[in-house]
Design a protein around this ligand. Structure first.
Ligand code: SD4
Length: 323
């Protein structure tokens, strides 16, 4: 039997459509959206290189979950990126502590928080998802698990990050700076050729944070959420605001109600503004992708941008902002 795609192509070549239409199955919503696939989006400028790595998998028909893991490993390994993985700024005690989570199209998820000495927390999170009955491992337990799985323990504090910390120590003021580096946590969302969504989020967290502080990035619902029937969302910025509002779950639920990705992100920012009086002192950026392959973002302060790649384009897009 002729496939739907071949049917459409054949029709366009001049065969009378009506003569075939009774034997062809109807064009489904999925057929229409498949032209938008695959697609990958990720936060900040480091998303460009990360998207390229994800595209290597997506363009060959690979799974979104494999693409997002491979993608975010790029900034995790970059010593010049001071907000993700190796080279990330340490906490106020001089320790680099990492948070990450990953989620697939079947509601499977894995997460690590307060993990030290492992360069690729996203891959440890993936192992938690694939090889354990749990969702989240933290601290020493996460490290022990990573070592059992063959990950190498190494010093993640680079000389540059250590120098920044020593300079911060002179005043030791805890004052989060908005968009100061313009390359923050990486949150990545992908829709693969088959129409499945996945997401990953990984960070060294707020620079010079209190020892033991964990932000939104490893928390399913706060820093990342995926529902294959609807869409996916991830976040960057001051994690406490996303945790207090379960921000990414909110964005996905707004898309379920029918809002497009940008409007869903905008409404989530409005929710933060309504509920949290001090929101103007912080940045939060939401990024969303729906199952049709449409994407959008919204943030509190100007300055947040994201990288978007599909078959026809790979570009940085400035997010609209509330302020
Ligand atoms: C956190 N959301 O730990 C992360 C950090 C981040 O922009 O994205 N900063 O709160």
């Amino acid at each position: 039997m002729m496939s739907k795609r071949r049917f459409l192509k054949y029709s366009l070549l001049g065969t009378p459509i009506m003569s075939l239409i009774s034997s062809a199955s109807p064009v489904t919503e999925d057929d229409i959206h498949s032209s938008n696939r695959p697609v990958v989006v990720s936060t900040w400028k480091h998303g460009l290189l990360a998207n390229d790595a994800a595209w290597g998998i997506l363009s060959k028909g690979g799974r979104a979950i494999d693409a997002v893991e491979a993608g975010v490993r790029v900034p995790e390994a970059d010593p010049d990126n001071h907000t993700v993985g190796y080279g990330g700024y340490p906490d106020r005690d001089g320790k680099v502590t990492l948070d990450a989570c990953i989620m697939d199209e079947n509601q499977n998820c894995g997460s690590v928080a307060f993990l030290q000495g492992i360069k690729h927390p996203i891959s440890v999170a993936r192992k938690v998802m694939d090889d354990t009955p749990h969702v989240m491992l933290v601290g020493e337990g996460a490290l022990k698990f990573a070592l059992q799985k063959g990950f190498k323990q190494e010093n993640l504090l680079t000389p540059k990050a250590e120098a920044a910390w020593r300079s911060w120590l002179k005043k030791a003021e805890y004052d989060p700076v908005i968009n100061i580096e313009n390359h923050d946590t990486i949150g990545m969302l992908a829709l693969d050729q088959k129409g499945n969504l996945s997401g990953a989020c990984t960070t060294s967290g707020a620079a010079f944070k209190m020892h033991g502080r964990v932000g939104d990035s490893p928390l399913i619902g706060a820093g990342l959420y995926v529902d294959n029937e609807v869409g996916a969302a991830t976040a960057t910025g001051m994690g406490e605001l996303m945790i207090k509002t379960v921000g990414c779950h909110l964005v996905v639920e707004l898309m379920r109600q029918g809002y497009d990705p940008e409007e869903a992100c905008r409404q989530a920012v409005e929710r933060i503004a309504k509920k949290l009086g001090d929101y103007k002192n912080f940045q939060v950026g939401f990024l969303a992708l729906n199952r049709k392959g449409n994407y959008g973002a919204y943030c509190i302060q100007p300055g947040f941008n994201f990288a978007a790649k599909n078959k026809s384009t790979h570009q940085m897009i400035d997010s609209k902002s509330k302020l």
